[in-house]
Write a protein that binds this ligand. Structure first.
Ligand code: ADQ
Length: 456
């Protein structure tokens, strides 16, 4: 089989073949573990002379990283990627901060990545790029004369043309994306939004089997919902050696635990969720003294203003809600601004009777799937899930809510805690069935088969 080269913004720290984080890192690692290959990306370091680092071998995987200069980091990463693409692709156009110099910096770093990767490439390698940081990467490689098969998987949503067109360089973005051979999306809605733009605004033409002809190229599009290793998550959740923290937590709880786990990001709907919990405490006083809501949210992208603001806001709200409802022996809301390793997190999921996953928009949301996978099927907890998370397309038997509807979310919390065991079992079994079908292995294999032009 031809060699796989994975390219992503960051190369996650991995030890002995295990990623320390979930999500993109787990998926990438899974794709590389089987037959080996190369993983290229930013080292996470900022340096004056942005030199490629020496290659590092971890099992069958060769890691190549590159440092970024301060200007590249500011313009590419903080600027265009996280100040324009992240908010707009999550439909938060009010937070978009467009700057032409930053857009130029974004393209410059895509060129830098392309020049570095082109040096490593062999004629029959296939390249799998990840996410919104690399929309121009294929065009940069094509400009260097690379004709290898190139694919991009977009982990976050793709909005409809009305929203995308708020980005002044929208036409260039879509043209650049068409230099890939394969574009993968999390949901049909994301793919349809891309095709809608490509047909109505770029003069593209559908030619069957999800492929489109545009800009003198043929691009295949596909839907590949990312998943989790269901059995592995359940095993991690139940392992006695992993359960120390979960056991200590349970000893401090009065009865019901509602859990949320997110990166601290405005797309995750944390402020709206805190408001909904306050509404729940107000409207359903019968649960007072019995229920605890625990929000785990470690800071992310902490050097970007919008992220500092949301952090300050949530700290204030947590204090206010507790000030309003707490008793000497009951703290209704626990807000933990820290991260936990996966082997601690999975047992915490298993400990919670309900999980609130209410992003305003999310490409998929793996916390939702991990929570369901971690449950004991004989006595499972209830997932309360935003209808705007990609995962809602598969997890139809979760309690689906609108994250802008505080009363609706409060009612769902009440319903979740009171739900009879038979109903919980039924809903959980249906979700496990879908998740086993759409596992992480299937995501990895289907994307790669399409990228290599094989039958999947
Ligand atoms: P993220 O926005 O990072 O990912 P998500 O899928 O929810 O969102 O989480 C990724 C991973 O991070 C999960 O495995 C989770 O366990 C871990 N994680 C999250 N919060 C954590 C915490 N507080 N402590 C420890 N671990 C935590 C992007 C897209 C998503 C998409 C993924 C994968 O935004 O929509 O599901 O990529 O494609």
């Amino acid at each position: 089989m031809s060699r796989l080269i994975v390219v992503s913004n960051r190369v996650a720290p991995i030890q002995e073949g295990e990623a320390t984080a979930g999500g993109l890192a787990a998926g990438v690692l899974d794709a590389l573990k089987g037959h080996g290959g190369v993983w290229f990306g930013w080292s996470g370091e900022i340096a004056d002379n942005a030199e490629p680092q020496p290659a590092r071998e971890v099992g069958p995987i060769t890691l190549f990283t590159i440092d970024l200069s301060r200007t590249d980091y500011d313009q590419y990463y903080r600027g265009f990627a996280n100040g324009v693409l992240w908010p707009v692709l999550h439909y938060q156009i009010g937070l978009e901060k467009y700057d032409r110099a930053e857009f130029a910096g974004y393209k410059r770093v895509n060129d830098l990545f392309a020049r570095s990767v082109a040096k490593l490439m062999r004629p029959d390698d296939v390249v799998w790029a990840h996410d919104y940081h690399l929309l121009f990467f294929a065009e940069s490689l094509r400009n260097l004369g690379v004709t290898n098969r190139l694919g991009l998987f977009l982990h976050i949503p793709f909005p409809g043309p009305g929203t995308l067109r708020t980005i002044p360089c929208h036409a260039e973005l879509v043209r650049a994306m068409c230099h890939y051979d394969l574009l993968g999306f999390q949901t049909e809605q994301d793919r349809a939004a891309f095709l809608d733009y490509a047909i109505r605004w770029s003069g593209g033409r559908m030619i069957g089997d999800g492929a489109i002809a545009a800009f003198d190229r043929v691009v295949k599009t596909g839907v590949y919902p990312i998943g989790v290793h269901v059995d592995e998550v359940r095993a991690q959740a139940g392992l006695a050696a992993n359960r120390r923290v979960a056991t200590r937590l349970r000893a401090t709880l009065l009865d019901w635990l509602i859990l949320s786990v997110d990166r601290l990001d405005y797309s995750k709907g944390l402020r709206q969720r805190f408001m909904a919990y306050e509404r729940f405490l107000q409207d359903y006083p019968n649960w007072h003294n019995n229920v605890t809501f625990m929000q785990i949210a470690p800071p992310s992208r902490g050097d970007i203003d919008t992220y500092q603001e949301i952090r300050r806001e949530l700290e204030g709200e947590a204090g206010r809600i507790n000030g309003r409802f707490a008793e000497v022996d009951w703290v209704p809301l626990r807000y933990l601004n820290k991260s936990f390793p996966r082997n601690v997190l999975m047992p915490l999921y298993a400990e919670a009777q309900a999980c609130l996953v209410t992003p305003l928009r999310d490409g998929m949301n793996l916390v939702a799937k991990e929570y369901v996978a971690a449950q004991n099927p004989a006595d499972p907890g209830v997932l309360i899930l935003s209808q705007f998370a990609g995962a809602a397309n598969e997890l139809e038997t979760a309690l689906l809510v609108n994250p802008y509807d505080e009363e609706g979310m409060a009612a769902a919390m009440d319903q979740a805690i009171a739900m009879p065991i038979e109903e919980r079992q039924e809903r959980h079994a249906a979700m496990i069935k879908v998740m086993k079908e759409n596992s992480l292995e299937r995501w990895r294999d289907r994307f790669q088969a399409d990228l290599r032009g094989e039958q999947s």
